[in-house]
Design a protein around this ligand. Structure first.
Ligand code: GUN
Length: 296
């Protein structure tokens, strides 16, 4: 079997176009412009690239973008004061604090100081609890993007066997909750899982989110399974820098029914879902109907 390639770049463009349409309508009919505030502490190069990209795409869909760049040695008190100000600013519907934070800042404390209704990352403990109990919440962007692609490809996921490899709070755990919410039978596998190859071989859906380059070989993939590769790993091969996923793409594509490539798979969906979440937060805070197809 040769896998169908799930084009995340094209899908993300479609999601952004839907968001842009809804934003235009909100402005015209309600005089509201959604606003996203992004807070970056320090000068981590990868974080700077992400933040720039988020700001650019936010403006492209017609939303207001507020960037707050703080010194690497900003105190916790000053950061919490900024978050409090953003929590109380009616022009700000979404707040994202770029992670990782410098070591002297308590990440949990900072994230949990964001108003849960504006927590477009879905990392606040209230949103984690709401998602875990099947209630309306803000949903982490990367797993939301994966779910959208799976729903688009399969229609219903009901009754499918899904394996999530990786148990992070940002991807693995919320991904498992979302798949369970769509009535999959879900296994969360991780570095201590016994017989990982056999566990993966049983899956109709494999979501790989471990951060280890090409860790999942093709012979672990059940014939016809759908493979969602969340990994973005920089490696050197033949003297060249290359981006690869957590799945060995070439061998997995020979067995899978469908697969996301790296780059151009899950990656572009994350920011698209951040914009979708900002729109959702804006609609909810104004008592307006939520945008269709852009939520879990
Ligand atoms: N750093 C890397 N990915 C993310 C993300 O999705 N959200 C935040 N806030 N920081 C990140």
């Amino acid at each position: 079997m040769v896998a169908q390639v799930i084009d995340g770049k094209a899908f993300a463009a479609k999601v952004r176009a839907q968001v842009a349409d809804q934003v235009a309508k909100l402005k015209e009919e309600n005089g509201i412009t959604p606003g996203l505030a992004v807070v970056l502490v320090g000068e981590d190069p990868a974080s700077q690239v992400y933040v720039r990209s988020k700001g650019k795409q936010t403006v492209e869909v017609g939303m207001n973008s507020y960037e707050h760049k703080l010194d690497v040695d900003t105190s916790e008190e000053d950061l919490l004061a900024l978050i409090d100000k953003l929590n109380n600013d009616p022009a700000v519907h979404g707040i994202l604090v770029q992670l990782p934070l410098p070591k002297h800042l308590n990440e949990d404390l900072v994230i949990n100081s964001i108003d849960p209704a504006k927590d477009v990352d879905g990392f606040h403990i209230s949103n984690v609890g709401l998602l875990g109990t099947g209630q309306k919440s803000m949903v982490p962007c990367t797993p939301l993007g994966c779910l959208m692609m799976l729903r688009d490809y399969h229609g219903s996921l009901s009754g499918m066997d899904a394996v999530v490899i990786g148990r992070s709070n940002i991807v693995g755990k919320p991904m498992a909750q979302l798949l369970l919410g769509d009535s999959c039978t879900v296994t969360i596998a991780h570095s201590r899982t016994k017989d990982l190859p056999d566990v993966v071989r049983r899956a109709d859906i494999v979501v790989a989110a471990v951060g280890r380059p090409e860790m999942v070989p093709g012979d672990w993939i059940k014939e016809g399974a759908t493979v969602i590769d969340v990994g973005i790993n920089r490696i050197e091969r033949d003297g060249k820098n290359k981006l690869v996923g957590d799945v060995d793409y070439a061998s997995a594509a020979e067995r899978a029914g469908a697969i996301t490539p790296v780059p151009g798979g899950v990656g572009p969906m994350t920011i698209a879902c951040l914009l979708a979440n900002t729109l959702t937060a804006c609609c909810r805070s104004n008592g307006l109907p939520e945008p269709e197809g852009l939520t879990a």
